[in-house]
Ligand binder design. Structure first.
Ligand SMILES: [Zn+2]
Length: 122
């Protein structure tokens, strides 16, 4: 199925093809704070259709996962996973006309993934 979506202010728009049968909620410290409810999309089936330059990148911990959010409205849009860089997690609440309550939610144990000790600030 073809999906489209935007951040809150509309600076960033995206489109992807996927057959969604579940959403994912992760309990790592970042997902917990942003209250993320995510759809899993293969990287090759997702594209930013507007506002690539408006996206900001946030990396933490191991620095492998790449978390993108809109630099204007601050809304989390998607991230490239650490566990499988070929898969993206897309903010299900940004998908146009999509009811996040319509799919079962799988809980992922992100909290117990290894974390890198915080580096001393120079
Ligand atoms: Zn925005």
């Amino acid at each position: 199925m073809h999906y489209t979506g935007t951040c809150h202010c509309g600076a960033v728009a995206f489109a992807f093809e996927a057959e969604l049968d579940e959403l994912v909620r992760c309990d790592c410290s970042l997902c917990a704070k942003r209250n993320a409810l995510m759809a899993t999309v293969p990287k090759g089936q997702f594209r930013i259709t507007r506002g690539e330059q408006a996206l900001c990148l946030y990396r933490w911990n191991s620095g492998v996962a790449m978390h993108y959010f809109c630099g204007t409205c601050g809304v989390y849009v998607y991230h490239q996973r650490r566990s499988n860089p070929g898969l993206l997690s897309v903010n299900a609440c940004c998908i146009d006309g999509f009811d996040p309550e319509s799919l079962p939610v799988r809980r992922v144990d992100g909290r117990s993934m290894s974390t890198v000790a915080e580096q001393k600030k120079l």
